[in-house]
Design a protein around this ligand. Structure first.
Ligand code: PNS
Length: 163
């Protein structure tokens, strides 16, 4: 039997309840999900690649029934990584209309670069529509409470970073 693998790529700086929601829902659709953490070429990342991988691994291992999830870092083009791991799909969460243009463009470019996989969008769950990593960072840096946006493990790591 062929194992259907999907890659869920992102910067995950930091990993939010919105991301966790996509992981949980997609794990019911595929045999294996690889959460692929992109090395951020943007130097303003709060957490470095190793920290982000460690945080996501801790969050996932703290969840019940999420045993077919693998966390990996990747550098370079997403299409190369997807082909490398033998995935049939790339998963992206889609929130409001504002996400659409960027996601549409990225999916189109990736399809032009390789037609070996599909990009599949999962609409964000109703209670996760407004959760975004960049707002989490901003709220946290201004002393606000982000506990409704990120898992406790992420909160603990955020606290260890200077505001
Ligand atoms: O969480 P993000 O920041 O929206 O994720 C964006 C990501 C990492 C999926 C995207 O920037 C990406 O695929 N980067 C890898 C480099 C690449 O393949 N660029 C061309 C894609 S259009």
């Amino acid at each position: 039997m062929t194992v259907k693998i999907a890659v869920y790529p992102g910067t995950f700086d930091p990993f939010t309840f919105g991301h966790l929601d996509v992981v949980k829902r997609s794990s019911k659709l595929f045999d294996k999900i690889i959460v692929s953490v992109a090395e951020n070429i943007n130097k303003s990342a709060l957490f470095n690649l190793d920290e982000r991988i460690k945080i996501i691994s801790d969050v996932i291992s703290n969840e019940k029934d999420l045993d077919k999830i693998e966390i990996r870092g990747f550098k370079g083009l997403l299409v190369d990584h997807v082909i490398d791991v033998g995935a049939v799909a790339v998963l992206r969460g889609l929130r409001a209309l504002s996400d659409f243009e960027y996601e549409f463009q990225m999916a189109g470019i990736n399809t032009r670069l390789s037609s070996d996989f599909e990009t599949i969008f999962l609409m964000a769950s109703e209670n996760q529509q407004f959760v975004a990593s960049r707002f989490v960072k901003e709220i946290h840096s201004l002393g606000g409470d982000v506990s409704s946006f990120v898992p406790k493990i992420v909160m603990d790591h955020l606290k260890s970073k200077k505001k």
